[in-house]
Design a protein around this ligand. Structure first.
Ligand code: NDP
Length: 330
């Protein structure tokens, strides 16, 4: 098996040289184990946190050990009757070409007529995150005006579409013209944050939605949060999903100076981790699966080819090079 590991805990933006490709001979399968040839690997912003060597809501990556992440593959050898050779599965043995686990750590793929990698994106963890944040955390109601940052990424691109399907005005913040175009083509008012300070972004958001927002779906932090706070309506809810603008900061920058807007607008701000809500994944699939299958909900992918490119794909998340879900195809 060839796998990636990291040889140090990065400070600031990780360098490409941090990632080392190693090879190991896998032992013969023990009773109950399964060997999987990976076909798709997921790279996700939360992995940056696991590289820091600190336990947050999840254990840090161990230096020298294979990195972990969601992956999809095909069973090629088995000693678990529940997973015959040829079964397509999802598991957490990413960042490698061949994974070997007890069958209890594998999930068979749901049966929707979608490309299998959709279970790493729109019908996987990122999709479930968008649905959870909007419905269960922000409590989005019919007709709400909704603002989403990181709006053309894996999570954001589903969040804006779900909001659009039952919302009033939906505004998405993103970084590049192709992302703004994608948002506009889905009826979402698109605002770029590039080159704008909080006052300029506030002005652009007010222009896009003069009445202000009932819900802010937070993926980014920094200037986006500060501007969003200025544009809340009374009783607004902020679902804090992520703050990617901060993940590579070696020393934390100051927070927004206008948190008092929560008070003025009687707003609520709540963070969440999708795994705490995983018992609702079947409900999510039942609701969203058919809408993805029928093409009613759109999703995009940005694909890097080959195991060697996995660190590059990961690092590109922080450059905004992906539209929709960032994936590696093996
Ligand atoms: P994305 O597909 O959205 O990829 C990351 C995007 O973030 C980039 O494409 C880029 O888009 C944007 N970005 C990167 N750096 C910055 C920056 N400095 N300032 C502003 N935007 C930036 O990733 P995901 O959809 O997988 O994740 C989105 C967010 O959701 C992340 O914050 C992630 O940590 C969080 N998350 C939280 C979960 C939870 O359980 N709470 C679960 C899953 C994800 P652009 O071109 O627009 O700059």
């Amino acid at each position: 098996s060839r796998y990636f590991t990291i040889n140090d805990h990065p400070q600031g933006a990780p360098a490409r040289a941090l990632f080392e490709l190693r090879e190991t001979a896998l032992p013969a399968l023990a009773e109950g184990e399964v060997r999987v040839r990976n076909t798709w690997l997921s790279v996700d912003p939360y992995m940056r946190g696991r590289m820091s060597g600190v336990t947050t809501y999840i254990e840090p990556f161990e230096l020298g050990a294979p990195l972990e992440g969601a992956a999809i593959g095909e069973v090629i050898e088995t000693r678990d009757a529940a997973f015959p050779v040829g079964t397509r599965v999802r598991h957490m043995g990413g960042w490698r070409d061949i994974a070997q686990f007890p069958g209890s750590r594998l999930e068979p793929l749901p049966a929707f007529e979608v490309p299998e990698q959709a279970y790493l994106g729109v019908l996987g963890m990122p999709g479930m995150t968008a649905w959870t944040g909007l419905n269960r955390i922000a409590g989005m109601q019919e007709g709400d005006n909704v603002l989403v940052s990181g709006a053309a990424g894996a999570v954001g691109s589903l969040a804006v579409q779900l909001a659009k399907a039952k919302g009033g005005t939906v505004v998405g913040i993103a970084g590049s013209q192709d992302k703004l175009d994608w948002l506009e083509s889905h009826g979402v008012k698109a605002v770029s944050y590039k080159g704008k300070d909080a006052a300029q972004l506030t002005e652009a958001l007010r222009k896009a939605c003069p009445e202000g927002f009932d819900v802010y779906y937070e993926n980014v932090g920094g200037v986006c949060l500060e501007a969003a706070l200025n544009t809340l309506r009374v009783g607004a809810r902020i679902a804090v999903c992520g703050m990617i603008a901060r993940y590579n900061e070696a020393t934390p920058s100051a927070g927004p100076g206008n948190l008092a807007m929560l008070l003025i607008r009687r707003a609520r701000m709540e963070g969440f981790i999708v795994f705490d809500h995983w018992a609702h994944y079947p409900t999510f699939l039942e609701e969203i699966g058919p809408r993805v299958e029928s093409g009613q909900l759109d999703y995009e992918e940005t694909v890097e080819a080959g195991l060697e490119r996995t660190p590059d794909a990961f690092l590109k998340l922080f450059e905004g090079a992906n539209r929709g879900k960032m994936l590696v195809r093996l």
